[in-house]
Design a protein around this ligand. Structure first.
Ligand SMILES: Nc1ncnc2c1ncn2[C@@H]1O[C@H](COP(=O)(O)OP(=O)(O)O)[C@@H](O)[C@H]1O
Ligand SMILES: *[C@@H]1O[C@H](CO)[C@@H](O)[C@H](O)[C@H]1NC(C)=O
Ligand SMILES: *[C@@H]1O[C@H](CO)[C@@H](O)[C@H](O)[C@H]1NC(C)=O
Ligand SMILES: *[C@@H]1O[C@H](CO)[C@@H](O)[C@H](O)[C@H]1NC(C)=O
Length: 351
């Protein structure tokens, strides 16, 4: 389609804000897992007893670093799908003034994401260690500095806010509601007032449960709501929807929640692993089948949801249809689940 391919994609058209984590992965042995009380396959938040583990894993011979954190992963994948120009994606988040922070900056640059971190000295850069034994991965996340994002000290500054104004599409994962709900609200209101697209991810059941008030303050500004089936079910239960196991009905109910910008109808998109993705178009609910994959070819489904969102956003900033956005989401997720961690080949093969 020559017309579509001529659309000029602007720098900084996609804006993401969230918890930046430096992903550190290395192959370890059972003694290493035992020393830090880790299960071979798990996903936990770091406790005091894990603090020394991050330095120890960084000394392993084949250690790999990647720019991580849910939202940063999604914008990184969107940038990868788009390829050129560089810096279509902007990312805001908080890091420390330390070695891991420098690596993170370098990794974001390599991914061609325009990362503008708020750097503070109180807390070290957030990390997520992937301790690999064979096909197993034990993930330990330490948010640290990511928790210290500050609206007044970063988002409100002229040079930063200009980048928010420059964007056309906004994406923030629900996780960030635990860090800076006032920052989310400011961006969401800006999008709404200027008839631009604001999207939010439910991110995890605990967000719908324990950050309900903050979430529902933002909901009236949400143009696109993402989530997976588990998150959707918890959201429905917390909101008192009478149907909590019919995903299409949950999508319909979420779609019709109050909305400030009446020029755009909310779109709700729920993924269900290998099952169809559910999306609302107006009041209608449509199912979209995912790309076929031999289940034996799946290496690691971590990051599948982040990749889906990234692929979706890459088409959304190019003003493509919902069908195209979902197709790109399924493509990106399909690439990522064939590989260990949230990594991708040099170029996408997405027609
Ligand atoms: N087992 C699978 N088979 C095929 N596709 C999958 C599978 N698991 C994930 N995917 C792809 O990844 C997308 C997101 O997966 P999902 O499991 O819902 O996300 P997450 O668990 O990361 O929240 C799906 O819509 C699909 O495209
Ligand atoms: C991977 O974990 C499973 C259980 O979770 C265990 O049975 C298996 O031995 C582990 N493999 C390695 C290489 O540690
Ligand atoms: C959905 O995401 C949650 C984390 O929020 C995860 O625990 C769950 O396994 C995911 N569900 C599916 C079906 O992928
Ligand atoms: C975000 O949304 C996707 C797709 O709807 C979902 O699979 C995923 O679990 C959500 N995850 C995060 C971490 O925000």
């Amino acid at each position: 389609n020559t017309v579509a391919s001529c659309i000029y994609i602007l720098e900084n058209a996609l804006f993401g804000m969230g918890n930046p984590l430096l992903d550190i992965s290395a192959v370890v042995d059972k003694d290493f897992l035992d020393k830090y009380g880790l299960k071979p396959n798990d996903q936990i938040l770091a406790e005091d007893k894990h603090k020394a583990m991050f330095d120890e894993i960084a000394k392993k011979s084949k250690v790999e670093y990647h720019a991580g954190g849910s939202t940063q992963n999604s914008v990184k994948i969107a940038q990868w799908m788009i390829q050129t120009p560089h810096k279509v994606a902007t990312f805001f988040g908080c890091i420390g003034t330390d070695h891991f922070g420098e690596i993170l900056k370098q990794k974001a640059e390599e991914a061609h994401v325009d990362a503008r971190y708020y750097q503070q000295t109180q807390e070290p850069t957030g990390t997520c260690a992937a301790c690999i034994t064979g096909d197993n991965r034990s993930l330990v996340a330490n948010l640290a500095a990511a928790n210290c994002y500050n609206k007044e000290k970063h988002l409100d500054l002229d040079g930063n806010w200009e980048l928010v104004e420059k964007a056309k599409v906004y994406y923030i994962a629900g996780f960030f509601l635990t860090v800076s709900p006032e920052s989310i609200l400011k961006v969401a209101k800006h999008a709404s007032e200027n008839n631009k697209i604001f999207s939010l991810n439910l991110s995890a059941p605990f967000i719908s449960q324990f950050f309900k008030e903050a979430m529902m303050k933002v909901m009236p500004y949400v143009d696109i709501l993402f989530g997976n089936e588990t998150e959707a079910a918890t959201f429905a239960k917390e909101q008192g929807f009478e149907e909590t196991d019919d995903i299409a009905e949950i999508a319909r109910r979420a779609q019709s929640l109050p909305k400030v910008n009446k020029k755009r109808q909310r779109v709700v998109v729920f993924t269900q692993g290998k099952d169809d993705t559910v999306a609302t178009i107006g009041e209608k609910v449509t199912m979209f089948s995912v790309l076929d994959i031999d289940q034996n070819d799946i290496v690691d489904t971590n990051g599948a949801g982040d990749a889906f969102v990234g692929g979706f956003l890459s088409e959304l900033v190019q003003e493509r249809t919902l069908e195209e956005c979902i197709r790109a989401g399924h493509y990106a997720a399909n690439v990522i689940i064939r590989r260990a961690g949230c990594t991708f080949p040099e170029k996408p093969d997405f027609p």
